[in-house]
Design a binder for this molecule. Structure first.
Ligand SMILES: CC(C)(COP(=O)(O)OP(=O)(O)OC[C@H]1O[C@@H](n2cnc3c(N)ncnc32)[C@H](O)[C@@H]1OP(=O)(O)O)[C@@H](O)C(=O)NCCC(=O)NCCS
Length: 190
C-alpha cells in the first residue's frame, strides 16, 4: 500500500497527483509532441485523449495492489508550471518490484528536472511501499533517458537485441535496475 503525503517537495519541484480539471492543457502541450513520443509506447495524444486519460485512465494517486501505477505531475514550485509527469508502477507484490517512467516537456529539458523528480520516487518505492527492486526499460536509442538513470545510480543489466517491433522496425531495449540496498547505501554515503 502506498499513500504518499502530497505534495512531495524537492529543491525546485512539487510532485502531486494529476488533476483532470486543471492539467489537460499543460500535459497536452508535451504529450502531443512527436519528439516526446519518439521512444515511448504511446503516439502523440490529442487533447481529448489526454483529458480522457486524466479523468479515467490507469494512473492513480495511491497504490493498493500490484498491477496499479502511480501517475504524478511534475510542477516547478516557483512558477507553478506543470512541466512533466512521472509513473511508478507496482509490478509484483511477491517479488516487490516496481518500474519507473518519466517525461519532461522539451521546453524544460536540460535543467536536471527529470533527475530531480525521479529521485523523489525512491523513498516512496523503497521506504513507503517496501519494494526490493526498481527497474526501468528504455529504447536503446534514448540516450537522454539512459543518462538520467545512470545519474540516479541505476545499473544497466541487459541490452535486448531487436526484442520489440516498434513503429515499423525492430528496436533494442536496455534494462536498468536498482535494489533497495543499493539505494540505501547511496543515501548513506551522500
Ligand atoms: C529523458 C528525459 C525525461 C530527460 O529530461 P531532462 O529533464 O532533460 O533530464 P535531466 O534531469 O537529466 O536533465 C538533463 C540535463 O540537464 C543538465 N542540468 C542542467 N542543470 C542541472 C541541474 N541544476 N541539476 C542537474 N542537472 C542539470 C544535466 O547535466 C543533464 O545533462 P545531460 O543529460 O546532457 O548529461 C526527456 O528527454 C524526455 O522527456 N524525453 C521524452 C520522453 C522519454 O523518452 N522519457 C523516458 C522514457 S524511458
Amino acid at each position: 500500500m502506498l499513500k504518499p503525503d502530497y505534495p512531495i517537495r524537492t529543491e525546485r519541484l512539487l510532485l502531486r497527483p494529476l488533476d483532470a480539471s486543471t492539467d489537460v492543457d499543460a500535459v497536452h502541450a508535451y504529450q502531443s509532441r512527436e519528439e516526446v513520443c519518439r521512444y515511448i509506447p504511446y503516439s502523440p495524444r490529442s487533447k481529448e485523449e489526454v483529458a480522457e486519460r486524466l479523468a479515467s485512465g490507469p494512473l492513480r494517486s495511491t497504490l493498493e495492489e500490484a498491477g496499479q501505477a502511480l501517475g504524478l505531475a511534475v510542477v516547478v514550485h516557483e512558477t507553478n508550471e506543470l512541466i512533466g509527469d512521472l509513473m511508478l508502477a507496482w509490478i509484483s507484490a511477491e517479488h516487490r518490484t516496481g518500474e519507473l517512467g518519466y517525461v519532461i516537456n522539451p521546453d524544460y529539458q536540460g535543467h536536471g528536472y527529470a533527475t530531480e523528480a525521479v529521485r523523489a520516487l525512491f523513498p516512496l518505492a523503497f521506504d513507503q511501499l517496501g519494494l526490493h527492486r526498481v527497474i526501468a526499460r528504455i529504447d536503446a536509442r534514448n540516450d537522454a533517458s539512459a543518462r538520467v538513470l545512470r545519474r540516479l545510480g541505476l545499473r544497466q543489466e541487459a541490452h535486448l537485441l531487436e526484442n520489440e517491433w516498434f513503429r515499423g522496425e525492430w528496436t533494442d531495449e536496455i534494462d536498468f535496475a536498482i535494489l533497495a540496498a543499493e539505494w540505501r547505501a547511496g543515501q548513506a554515503s551522500a
